[in-house]
Design a protein around this ligand. Structure first.
Ligand SMILES: [Zn+2]
Length: 242
């Protein structure tokens, strides 16, 4: 591997110099090259990242894929995955890692995670997290469908009871779950949650279906997907600009 430095590689006093690769990284790479296919070889995060880094530098495509697929088998945190993505370009990891970070409480992001993410990516995640929290509160705040016409078989005198039963159910059950301080009900679980609850007294089944239909048609339950997509796109754009 000629480096252009006079006399390098001639003897142990003139080691070959490989720019951008540490002795430790190269040792991992060489150990791997000489033991490819050996079942006994144990791979760690440092050894796999060294193999990935050197394979990227020298554009050894099948080694890149091998290192990434083996890193996937290790239990890396989403923040660590984004750090490796930033350094060694693994764009296929960005959507899932972003989603995992955005839908978890910010409190579970450790100091190490923050240093891996960097300020820019952390702020994208924090903003997305806040947007989701705001959507939860917005949907919880108003029982959906109150302006709907009653089912044709529900007379106006009865439907007032439907409305009152729905408002009570929403506040005492659904909104309370959506606003839970530590384990808020995810928006995409609202319909299943309603289905799991006893039918509210005084609410006609047909009118209940109308209310539930209004929640689905409102599209608000999928807003989290849109926020995650937005955060993913922002992180992709930022990492591509580095
Ligand atoms: Zn009704």
């Amino acid at each position: 591997m000629p480096s252009g430095v006079e006399g390098d590689g001639e003897d142990s006093n003139h080691a070959i110099f490989l720019e951008g690769i540490s002795r430790e990284e190269f040792t991992h790479f060489v150990a791997w090259v000489y033991h490819v296919g050996s079942a006994a070889q144990h791979h760690t995060i440092p050894s796999l990242t060294a193999i990935l880094k050197i394979s990227r530098m020298w554009m050894i495509e099948n080694s890149i894929e091998w290192a990434i697929s083996n890193l996937e088998k290790l239990d890396l945190s989403p923040a660590h995955k984004l750090e490796l993505t930033r350094r060694y370009s693994i764009p296929e990891w960005i959507p899932h890692a972003t989603q995992a970070l955005v839908i978890s409480p910010l409190a579970v992001i450790s100091k190490d995670d923050v240093s891996w993410l960097g300020l820019r990516v952390y702020s994208i995640i924090a903003k997305a997290w806040e947007m989701i929290e705001c959507e939860q509160k917005t949907i919880a705040a108003v029982p959906p469908g109150l302006s709907l016409e009653p089912d044709p078989n529900c007379p106006a005198s009865q439907h007032q009871l439907c409305r009152e039963a729905w408002i009570r159910f929403w506040w005492h059950k659904v909104a309370r779950q959506l606003l839970h301080p530590t384990r808020p009900l995810p928006l995409d679980a609202v319909i299943d949650y309603i289905a799991s609850q006893p039918h509210p007294d005084g609410l006609r089944v047909a009118c209940r279906e109308r209310y539930v239909g209004e929640i689905i048609e409102g599209g608000g339950l999928h807003v989290v997907d849109a926020i995650v997509d937005g955060a993913t796109g922002a992180i992709q754009h930022y990492l591509a600009s580095l």
